[in-house]
Design a protein around this ligand. Structure first.
Ligand SMILES: *[C@@H]1O[C@H](CO)[C@@H](O)[C@H](O)[C@H]1NC(C)=O
Ligand SMILES: *[C@@H]1O[C@H](CO)[C@@H](O)[C@H](O)[C@H]1NC(C)=O
Length: 358
């Protein structure tokens, strides 16, 4: 085990027992190896076909095999550990938030941290109502002991980036001003985190950079970012992408097609939405450093994106950001959405992270 990412001794001391950070040297070696020119891989030239999407004549997109969705349950008489309800953010855009309130906070009237959560799905698929995310957020609210606001944002390719980032910023404004009692009574606004998994991790990151740069008093004060297997790319292939080129949970051709349909038309993957090492990205990290945010980045060696996640941790370190990398061996992209034990492990890591910086 190597303690890779500590820049703060006190933090190290406070959580050295409970919080195991492991980052095998293999990862580090990988990310340091120059990115050699690989033989270009042959992908289907039609990104819609590649992703099994149907582009209709009227310009809409049909997503076959829509995964199941779950309704919220807000009745306090229900015998449930966590209550949930949907609140509209902007009706004209179809954006809303599903709020998860642990029962214990309601019964005993105390305030909890707020986790603003952005779901994954390559910017193209899924919803805050999708059963996998509903269950993930329900269990997260209970296990991490936090209020969770899971944000429904607009999807590409109908709404290409930066639409999802704009929706994230609007959601933060909305959270600051919304008078719903679940937020006003039970949220500790000095303890707010932006979080996302996969494409949602990308949204939390870019929205976080924007919030930091704008220093906007209309959004809640952010304490940190929690980036679970964040979705990034670039025009050059990394070693882990080459090693896992056909990984069934995130094959490289699918990955490229997702970016092709979600980035603004005409830009390549070395755009700052997609590659955190280019453009204003590194300079904006300096602002996060000055604001004193904490960042948790998680990843695993079975995810083709792991080298990029390790690179992100190193980039933050070089810019003085207080970042914690939690990397595991094996596993795969999105494992916490399908394996409850892995989700539970992640909640434990998050809970320690949140309590250690308070
Ligand atoms: C567009 O076409 C699809 C498929 O034919 C159809 O289901 C959908 O209702 C249409 N949408 C609009 C806004 O016309
Ligand atoms: C909702 O979004 C529209 C379109 O961007 C914007 O003009 C409007 O001000 C927003 N509404 C609210 C209530 O913020």
């Amino acid at each position: 085990m190597s303690f890779y990412s500590f820049s703060h001794y006190k933090f190290f001391r406070r959580c050295s027992i409970a919080f195991a950070f492991s980052l095998t040297l293999v990862f580090v070696a990988n990310s340091l190896t120059p990115q050699t020119q690989a033989t270009p891989i042959q992908c289907n030239k039609d990104p819609y076909k590649q992703l099994n999407l149907i582009l209709n004549l009227n310009g809409t997109v049909t997503r076959p095999n829509k995964p199941p969705e779950s309704p919220p349950a807000s009745d306090p008489n229900l015998n449930t550990l966590v209550l949930s309800k949907d609140l509209s953010i902007n009706q004209s855009k179809g954006t809303w938030a599903r709020i998860y309130l642990p029962r214990a906070a309601l019964d005993r009237g105390y305030k909890l941290p707020l986790i603003v959560f952005f779901h994954g799905g390559g910017f193209i698929y899924l919803s805050a109502a999708s059963t996998i995310f509903h269950e993930f957020c329900f269990n997260m609210a209970h296990n991490v002991h936090a209020v969770v606001a899971s944000i429904e944002y607009r999807l590409a390719p109908e709404h290409r980036l930066p639409a999802a980032y704009d929706d994230a910023m609007e959601a933060l404004h909305w959270i600051k001003t919304n008078q719903n009692d679940w937020l006003t009574e039970y949220v500790d606004y000095s303890n707010v985190f932006l979080m996302g998994s996969s494409a949602g991790g990308n949204i939390a990151y870019i929205a976080g950079l924007r919030a930091a740069a704008e220093n906007d008093h209309r959004i809640p004060k952010i304490k940190g970012l929690i980036l679970v297997q964040p979705f990034f790319s670039g025009t050059h292939m990394t070693n882990s992408e080459r090693r896992l080129v056909n990984e069934p949970h995130l094959a490289l051709c699918n990955n490229y097609a997702l970016w092709e349909l979600s980035l603004p038309v005409g830009v390549d993957r070395d755009h700052e939405y997609c590659n955190p090492t280019v453009g204003n990205g590194p300079a904006r990290l300096k602002i996060i450093q000055r604001l004193g945010w904490w960042v948790l980045v998680t990843g695993c060696s079975g995810d083709p994106l792991v080298d990029r996640q390790v690179q992100l941790v190193r980039l933050m370190q070089r810019n003085g950001v207080r970042v914690v990398g939690h990397f595991t061996t094996g596993d795969y992209h999105g494992i916490q959405d399908t394996e409850p034990l892995k989700a539970r492990e992640l909640y434990g890591v998050m809970k320690t992270f949140i309590s250690a910086i308070n």
